[in-house]
Ligand binder design. Structure first.
Ligand code: AMP
Ligand code: GLY
Length: 429
């Protein structure tokens, strides 16, 4: 007999991912009370928000106890790496999200590379370095294109795909000069993989897992995949480049071996395992693991679920995931991220945002970096500001509806990519 579903849930985080999680949990037939910390202006319209930052681990445990929640769903990686799940479990509160030992899969790229190599899971060959001189020597025998990665967390910015030897050496020097503080005191130098990327999100509970619908992110800031990497500028689902056949191969060669490797390493993992995969001509290859839902992948994957998200995450947390049959809507979803111009470098905050009065029923505006100013206006409060998700019978329908809403949003610093989904749309033309 399965444990009854929780009646009250705390979602930790403040981005578009968390807004999507809050909406999906509120849609559960179990009608749970959903609260969020710290949330944002959009989440606050849907659920009570509490001003405890996502990295204030002790404060979050106190909040969970005070509000008597019986389940916590953690969005971002930082609190997980800081041991939020460990502390909640110690306080007897079930949590969806791995303990610090499991979050290391995201917090240390070297830790992950060693596991991938040990268990022979396909990934790029790499050298590991703790000092500049040997790293520069290695570069001499490994010409560009080559990839330089800070070991630790760097808000998605710790990876340089160097196109020239000069760029590669500069990246190595910058990292050892402390560009990302302790996060770049050790680095990886990795062979450059070529192909299309896909994000596979897997709900993991020990050795049991459920693969969520496929999606593809657009990481670069500019149209045509140009400019610096960002946290993600837009997504669509399904990613048809992952054919059913290829998905089976990914499950056999990557997903199942990864879940088992993580269990064999004693990480006792419960949470989302986000596997970033490069679809190379030689086959799928792991770029990275993240220990959480992707943002903005979540904004297209969750709206396509026909299953109760609360039940899925709860059963994962209770180690009752075996036999869960995921139901997915046979529709397309596309999300365009509206950022503040200047992101991912410097960008203004506090610009007033005006949302269009009526939006079509199949479009949802998820809030990321938004807040209210003293006058009560909705204003920008981060690099990525909104995620506009549209559902459609075809990807083209979804793109049309999402972009119509993007065009109708007004904000002085509004910036978004015009080509989300273009690769797939051009393929199917
Ligand atoms: P990560 O932070 O590991 O996800 O890396 C950020 C982005 O850098 C990835 O999404 C890829 O676009 C790119 N990248 C990372 N590793 C490689 C690699 N070995 N070859 C080519 N591109 C890579
Ligand atoms: N969309 C990429 C990430 O969440 O890291």
């Amino acid at each position: 007999m399965a444990t009854p579903l929780p009646s009250s849930v705390l979602v930790v985080g403040a981005g578009g991912r968390e807004h999507t999680l809050v909406r999906a949990l509120l849609a559960s037939p179990a009608r749970p009370r959903v609260i969020c910390a710290p949330g944002n202006a959009g989440i606050a319209q849907d659920a009570p928000c509490f001003p405890v930052a996502a990295d204030e681990v002790a404060g979050l445990v106190v909040l969970a106890q005070r509000e008597r929640v019986d389940f916590v769903v953690v969005g971002p990686e930082v609190p997980l790496a800081l041991g939020l799940a460990d502390q909640l479990l110690a306080a007897g509160i079930p949590v969806y999200g791995p303990k610090a030992a499991g979050a290391r899969l995201e917090a240390s790229k070297i830790f992950t590379k060693e596991i991938l190599l040990k268990y022979r899971i396909p990934t790029a060959a790499a050298g590991i370095f703790a000092a500049e001189a040997p790293a520069l020597t290695y570069l001499r025998s490994h010409p560009a294109p080559i990839v330089i990665k800070a070991d630790g967390l760097a808000a998605g910015k710790g990876v340089v795909v160097a196109q020239t030897d000069v760029e590669a050496a500069a990246a190595v020097r910058e990292m050892f000069a402390g560009k990302f503080g302790a996060s770049s005191s050790k680095i990886l130098i990795e062979d450059c993989l070529v192909g299309e990327e896909t994000s596979i999100l897997v709900v993991v509970s020990g050795r049991d897992y459920v693969i969520l619908p496929t999606s593809q992110d657009h990481k670069r800031i500019g149209d045509g995949d140009t400019g610096p990497n960002t946290g993600g500028m837009g997504t669509y689902s399904p990613a048809e480049v992952v054919t059913p056949e290829l998905l089976r191969r990914i499950e056999d060669e990557i997903v199942r071996p990864s879940v088992n490797a993580i269990a064999d390493e004693g990480l006792d993992y419960c949470g989302t395992l986000f596997i970033g995969i490069m679809l190379t001509p030689a086959g799928p290859s792991v770029i990275e693991y993240n220990a959480r839902f992707g943002d903005p992948e979540t904004q297209v994957v969750l709206p396509r679920l026909d299953s109760d998200l609360l039940e899925l995450l709860w059963r994962a947390a209770r180690r009752e995931l075996a036999g869960f049959q995921l139901k997915v809507k046979p529709i397309h979803a596309l999300c365009v991220v509206i950022a503040a111009k200047g992101y991912p470098e410097k960008f203004p905050k506090g610009d007033v945002i005006t949302l269009p009065p009526g939006i079509p029923g199949l479009v949802t505006i998820y809030h990321a970096g938004t807040a209210r100013n003293d006058a009560g206006d909705l204003v920008t409060n981060g690099g990525r500001v909104l995620g506009v998700t549209a559902l459609g019978a075809t990807l083209r329908d979804a793109a049309r509806d999402a972009y119509a809403v993007c065009d109708a949003i007004s904000c002085a610093s509004k910036y978004f990519r015009r080509d989300i989904g273009a690769k797939q749309l051009n393929r199917s033309r």
